[in-house]
Design a protein. Sequence first.
Length: 328
Amino acid sequence: MADVAALAGVSGQTVSRVANNRTNVDATTRARVRAAMRELGYRPNGAARALRSGAFHGIGVIVFELSTFGTTRTLDAIATAATERGYAVNLMPVLDINQRAVTAAFNRLSAQAVDGVIILIEAYLLDEAGVQLPHGLPVVVVDSSAHYDYPVVDTDQFQGAGQATGHLLDLGHRTVWHVGGPVTSYPAAHRRRGWEQTLFDHRREVPPVLFGDWTAPSGYEAGRRLAADPAVTAIFAANDQMALGVLRALHEAGRAVPGEVSVVGFDDMEESAHFWPPLTTIRQSFSALGQHSVESLLEAIAAGGPQPAPISVPTQLIVRASTGHKNG
C-alpha cells in the first residue's frame, strides 16, 4: 500500500479508501491510485480485512454423497444464493460419517476462515454415527433431522409423497406401490412415511416397500418385480431416476404406461419432461432450499449463535403423461 501511495503521490489513507471503495475520493485521484495498483500488481489483502472486521465472507459446506442429484442441485443452489450475498463457498466432502470425520472437516474449515457452516448429510447417517456437531461456528443443517440445536432446512418430503400418492388414488387406483430410497436416508424415510400415511388416511392397503439406492438400475430391478404382478396399477418412486428404471421395466414387460400402470417420481429433474411417457413427478424447489439455507446461516452469524427455527420448503405436483385413470 505504501508503494502504491508513493507512485500515485497520495497518502496511504487515500489508497485505503480507494481499495475499500469509499466515496470520499475524487475521480481523478481514484483513477491515479487504480493505475498505480495495476502497475504494481497490488491487490487488497482479504485476510487482513477479515481480521479487522471479524468477518471472512465465506461459508463452509460439509457434504456426503456428492454424486446424488439432490445433493448436486442443493449445492448449486447454496453456491448461487451465497454468491448473490457476497459470500464465497468452501466445499468440504467427508468420505465417512463419524464423529472424527465431521470434527476434522469443521477444523479444516475453521483454519480456512469461514463465518459459518452448512451441513448437507442425510440424517440417519449423521444420527447413527453419534455425531455431536462441534461448537464455535454457526451451523445450518440441510436435509437432516431436528435433533440438533441448529436451524434445519428441508424440502417438505412428507407433503410431496402425500401429493404423489393422493394423485394416484384420485385417479381411481385401489392402492399405490412404492419404490423407496435407501433405508439410511432421511428424505427417503419421510417420503415413505408420507406415502404410507396417505394410504392409511384413505383406508387403503399398504403394500410392502421395494427399496432402491436412488439409481435408475435399482428402479429397474424393482420395476421388474412390480411389472410381474398384475395387481400393480400405480407406482410412486422416491425419485425420478428410479422412476426411469421402473418405466423401462414396465415397457419391457409389455405393460402400458399409463394405460395399465401409472408412475409418479420425485424431484422434477430437467430430463423428467423428456422421459417416455413424460413423467408425472413432485417438484422440489432447490433454489428456495439454497436461499433459505444461506439466509438462515447468515441470520445465525449475525446473531452470534444458532437460531433453532426449522424451515420446510413446500413441494408441487407436476402432472404429465405417465399417470392416468385406472381402467376397469
